[in-house]
Design a protein around this ligand. Structure first.
Ligand SMILES: [Mg+2]
Length: 350
């Protein structure tokens, strides 16, 4: 397998986990078992109209992160100045806001809806599926509607919801050659909408894990590297504690259902990453790990999507169940975006 296959597997794996979890996002464990049986949800449920397994806001926003990184790289190269968060990702998240609300915070942003130089063949905005409302997060919507870009230095709010960490796998992929940079950029990208340290530091840790997995490191080493970088940031304690607990529980013989309950419900960032990391460490079979990551009381599509991003970056395309990969909505766009990030990262960062 080429490195490109790991890029594709990370985003496609995330989309599969998202789709699996989206069906049960707002159900607790008992409700899931009542509807799907004792084992919980174990297969993708196709949409009655399209026959596809629908992705949710997690994958939609992940695609806009990828779009934003490519956009920012293009603008920074031509101007010689800028940041990923401020020169492309924020702009692309305003595009996402437009898909969900048909509004922009200011009319001078209308040009963002036009095709841009980084969009070689077609614009992300030509995919009508991205305009579907799939339980978009209120924190993301209201932060973007405020017409102010949140940063680590000037937090937009005090939210540590999982809306930042669930969408940053592309930063780990695109910037994999420099895990410290991947961490920093992912944290800045999450801070656009999530101002609590755990809200953006969990995102940084997530991207560093993805980066190291793409560099061929094991799951254990990748997690250890992410923790080492995390410790260099102020106010890292809460995220660090959650991830250490996940790693220790994965080594213990605690049964997974109880272990996940101990880690939380995943509505907040550090818990979502902890649950996803626990499942990826505990179970090396892609299908079993993803099933584990969505069958709990909490935010199943986000834990499923983060877990799928991690597993895909670790095991590559050959590990993805073919039937699931075929069924997932926007598969072609996901593959295209992953490929474009791979091609540019190889060209840009020697
Ligand atoms: Mg969602």
């Amino acid at each position: 397998m080429s490195k490109k296959d790991f890029f594709i597997a990370s985003l496609l794996g995330g989309a599969i986990g998202d789709a699996l979890g989206y069906t049960v996002e707002f159900m607790n464990s008992d409700e899931i078992k009542l509807r799907f049986g004792e084992e919980g949800i174990i297969d993708l449920v196709p949409d009655r109209v399209t026959g596809k397994a629908l992705i949710s806001d997690d994958t939609q926003m992940t695609l806009f992160t990828a779009d934003g990184l490519l956009w920012a790289y293009d603008r920074m190269s031509s101007r010689g100045i800028g940041t990923y968060a401020g020169s492309g990702v924020y702009q692309s998240y305003l595009r996402w806001l437009y898909t969900q609300t048909r509004t922009l915070p200011d009319e001078h942003y209308e040009w963002l809806l036009d095709p841009q130089p980084h969009e070689v063949s077609d614009s992300i905005l030509t995919y009508r599926e991205l305009f579907s409302l799939r339980a978009p997060g209120n924190t993301c919507l209201s932060a973007l509607e405020s017409n102010r870009m949140g940063t680590i230095e000037k937090p937009i709010n005090n939210s540590k919801g999982c809306g930042g960490v669930m969408r940053v796998a592309p930063a780990g992929l695109f910037l994999h050659k420099d895990p410290e940079e991947a961490f920093r950029v992912a944290a800045e990208v999450a801070a656009i909408t999530h101002g609590h340290p755990s809200g953006y530091l969990a995102a940084g840790a997530m991207a560093a894990i993805i980066a190291e997995l793409i560099n061929g490191k094991s799951m254990d080493i990748s997690a250890a590297k992410a923790l080492a970088i995390l410790k260099s940031y102020p106010q890292h304690e809460e995220t660090l504690q959650a991830l250490i607990e996940a790693i220790e529980l994965a080594k213990s013989d605690e049964n997974p259902e109880d272990a996940i309950a101990k880690l939380g419900e995943g509505w907040v960032a550090e818990e979502a990453l902890a649950i996803a990391l626990y499942c990826a460490l505990k179970e090396t079979d892609f299908k079993k790990a993803l099933i584990m990551s969505v069958n709990h009381d909490g935010d199943s599509d986000s834990t499923g999507s983060i877990c799928g991003n991690i597993l895909g970056a670790c095991f590559g395309l050959k590990a993805l169940p073919e039937k699931w990969a075929e069924k997932v909505e926007l598969k072609d766009l996901i593959i295209d975006m992953s490929g474009r990030m791979y091609d540019l990262s190889e060209k840009a960062f020697k």
